[in-house]
Design a protein around this ligand. Sequence first.
Ligand code: TYD
Ligand code: MG
Length: 456
Amino acid sequence: MAKTKTTFFCQNCGTQSAKWQGQCSSCKQWNTIAEEVIQKAEKASWDISQVNTSKAIKAAKPQKVSDISTSAQARINTQNKELNRVLGGGLVPGSLTLLGGEPGIGKSTLMLQIALELPYKTLYVSGEESAQQIKMRAQRIHPQSEHCYILTETKTQQIFRNIAQMQPDIVVIDSIQTLHTDHIESSPGSISQIRETTTELIKFAKETATPVILIGHITKDGNIAGPKILEHMVDTVLQFEGDRNHIYRILRANKNRYGSTSEIGIYEMQGNGLREVSNPSEILLSKNEEELSGTAIASTLEGMRPLLIEIQALVSTAVYGTPQRSATGYNAKRLNMILAVLEKRAGFKLGTKDVFLNITGGISVDDPAIDLAVVAAVLSSNVDITIDKTMCFAAEIGLAGEVRPVNRVEQRILEAEKLGFESIVISKYCKLPKQTYGIQIIKLGKVHDVVKHLFA
Ligand code: TYD
Ligand code: MG
C-alpha cells in the first residue's frame, strides 16, 4: 500500500508548508497551520473528452487586440436583471463565479431561482440538500421548469460523469465546501479539497466554455471559507449580503474580471423567492404619513446607483454615567466624530446624551455623503423638531464643521428630483454643471448654517 502523504496548510491563507509551525510564514497568523492528508490517485476516473468540447476555447496563440472578435465572448443572459447588472451584462462562457454570503441569506434560493428561470439546460448540483427539499423549494419559487436538472452529489468524478452524459449549458454547485475529489484524501471543506475541486472545475469550465457558478460559505469574519487563493482562482466573486431579519438583500461584485465592481443588485426576499427590486429608493423610504422628529433622508450612492435612504436617530438623556452610542448600518466611529463636531462647532451638548442611529431597511452604508443627513436626524431628535419630509441631504461633514462636497452630486440631485423631493441640501462648494433643476437646491457651508436653516 502506498504511504499516506500529508502536508501542512495554513487555514487562513492556504500556504502550504512541509512541517508544522506555530505561525504561518506567509500571513503571520498564529495557530492556523493544520495537517491534511493528500494522496494523488493514479488516474482521473472521468474523461473530459466525453464532454462536448465544440464550444471549447482552442489552444492560444498571440493575436492582435483589434483582431480578437468579441462575439466569441457573447454573454449568457441570466433572465435576472439585477444579476446581469452585477455581472456586467450576463454570464461569460467558461467563467467561474463564486457566490458567498452568510448562512440563510438566500444563496441557494437565488441560484435555484436563476437555474429555474434560465432557458438553457442547467445542472444544479447540491451537496447540502436532498432532491425532495430542493423540489419543495422549487415549487415555491417557480413551479414549472423544463431546463433545470437537480443532482445531489458531492464527488467531483461523479459530477463530471453526469455532466458528460447530459451536457448542460450552465452548472451551479451548492456548495464548494461540500465537494470532494478522489484525488485527495482529506475531508470535504479542507483547504486542499477546496483547492483541488476548484481546479478541476476551472479546467472543466475553460475546456468546455461552460459557465460554472459556485456557492461558497463564509467564515465568521465575513471572508469566504477556504483558502484566499480560491478568490484568485475564480473570475468573479459575488457577495450576497443584507440583514437576515430584514427582507432586503444586496448582491455585489467584490471581484469581476469581465465588468465593473461598482454595480449592485437589490432583491427582496418574499414567500416565493427573491424579487428583483428595480427602484430601491421607494422601498427604503418609509411610507409614514405623519412627521416624526429624528428622521432625515439622505441621497446616497450604492455603487453606481443613486439610492434614497432614511436615517433615524434617537437622542435621549443618559441614565448611566457613560452615555451609550449605537449605530446600525453606519460606522460607529464616524457617528462619534459627528457628535464631537456638533459639540464643538455647533454648541450642542451631546456629551451626556445617549445617541442611537439606525438606517432603515437593514442595509449598511459607508458613503460619507450621508453625514449631513445623520447630523440633521441627530439634531432633529435632540430639539424634537421634525424635518420637512420633502427635503433630503447629500454632503459630507468635515472636522472643522464644514459641509463638504461629495462625488456625483448631480446624479444624487436627479434621483431626489425623480422621487418627488422638493429640496436637497448640498455643500456650497459643489460645482453643478446645470443650473436649472425641478428641485430646490439649498447650498450650505457650515454645520452652523445647517442648524440655522433647519430649526430657525
Ligand atoms: P437559503 O437559500 O437556504 O440560504 P443559504 O443557501 O444562503 O444558506 O435561504 C434560506 C432562507 O430564505 C430561509 O430562512 C427562508 C427564506 N426563504 C424565503 O423567505 N422565501 C422563499 O421562497 C425561500 C425559498 C426561502
Ligand atoms: Mg444553501
